[in-house]
Design a protein around this ligand. Structure first.
Ligand code: GLU
Length: 368
């Protein structure tokens, strides 16, 4: 079973039901304050922490007086616009006393489907973590329309965890784990401590129950678990309504942990290696030796570029004899790569007419 204090990079998903009082529609301020204490404690141990927080719609609907019923899409989008600004402010205010800076990041499903946008959000999150901030992520509900939205933050959180190569994801929920059946309906339902493989039997147990204020039921949590473990990230489902829910979890609160078979870096390399390349980049022997030592591919070592590809596309890396060395995600289009092949990184700007990144393929985006 994973221990929270072992995490290097942790993503925590916070459900609406924990943040917003269902009856009054008000923010549960004391609980949020206790969560901020936990975040500060985890940060002080040198970990990166990203929060994926729901609650914009739940908060905004109260402010707009939209009642408790089902909302039309445009109503929930309006509620999200009103609620998100309050949500972000609330995080900013509870984190500030700990000297922590909150950063709001709003994403849509397309940001992970489009590889260029995916790489860009990955780079931005990485930069924010580098500055020591706490990214507070939510879906950009005001622009995401029905067909192109996650709709639930369980899967969004798993995608964020995969994007940033997190090693642990915690879903703070209103249930304390994954059960063999719905515990509210079946007295024989039992909770799993650890799930090492998401088998068809496990999937059949998820049903499609939806709980309270939040959008996600066990089904979305299981889908999240699949995404997380495939990316080498362990995932926990635990009940989060008690104060200091993360410290409570680390002290042994009941939970279900889904364990991955690979670490995040190995999982990412496998993901890159499995893509269909859109072109070839031929490199010289010096560059091949440098890549084998774990460096990024710079323009200087490129001899030839074949095919048509855009930024973020997978390309094969070949030696001059045509042997395949591996593949990676390119940061330049085929035309740009041709324009800068063989040149020093300092010459990139004069060749392209605009500044560009030093590496054509960054080592994190390469599988050899
Ligand atoms: N993005 C939605 C919100 O902030 C929540 C979706 C969910 O509950 O999973 O209100």
């Amino acid at each position: 079973m994973a221990a929270l204090t072992d995490a290097r990079r942790l993503v925590v998903k916070i459900g609406s039901a924990l943040l917003v009082d269902r009856r009054t529609g008000a923010l549960r301020q004391d609980w949020l304050t206790s969560l901020a204490e936990d975040v500060a404690w985890l940060k002080s141990g040198g970990r990166d922490v990203i929060l994926v927080s729901s609650g914009s719609i739940a908060l905004g609907r109260g402010v707009l007086g939209l009642g408790h019923g089902v909302l039309a899409l445009e109503q929930s989008q309006a509620a999200a616009a009103v609620g998100q600004i309050r949500l972000a402010r609330a995080y900013e205010e509870v984190l500030a006393p700990h000297g922590l800076i909150a950063a709001q990041v709003l994403v849509t499903l397309e940001d992970s489907r489009d590889r260029r946008r995916y790489l860009n959000s990955r780079a931005t999150l990485e930069t924010l973590l580098g500055y020591g901030t706490i990214p507070i992520v939510n879906e950009n509900d005001t622009v995401a329309t029905d067909e192109i939205r996650y709709g639930d933050n369980d899967r969004l959180a798993a995608q964020v965890a995969a994007t940033v190569g997190a090693d642990q994801l915690v879903l703070l929920s209103d249930v304390d784990g994954f059960y063999s059946a719905n515990p509210a309906q079946d007295p024989t339902a039992r909770r799993f401590d650890v799930i090492d493989a998401i088998t068809p039997e496990i999937e059949a147990m998820a049903g499609d129950a939806v709980s309270g204020l939040s959008k996600g039921g066990m089904k979305t949590k299981l889908m999240a678990a699949k995404t997380a473990v495939a990316a080498g990230c362990a995932m926990a489902i635990t009940e989060g309504s008690r104060h200091n829910p993360l410290r409570t979890l680390s002290e042994g609160a009941t939970a279900t942990w889904f364990t991955p078979q690979l670490d995040p870096q190995a999982a990412r390399k496998r993901w890159i290696a499995a893509m269909k390349p859109q072109g070839d980049i031929v490199i010289d022997a010096g560059a091949a030796r440098a890549l084998a030592r774990g460096t990024s591919l710079l323009p200087a070592g490129i001899r030839a570029v074949a095919g048509r590809f855009g930024r973020g596309d997978p390309v094969a890396i070949l030696d001059e004899a045509g042997h395949r060395l591996g593949q990676g995600l390119t940061r330049y289009t085929a035309e740009e790569a041709r324009a800068i092949q063989g040149c020093q990184s300092t010459e990139i700007e004069s060749r392209l007419g605009y500044p560009g990144r030093a590496a054509v393929i960054h080592r994190d985006d390469m599988a050899l």
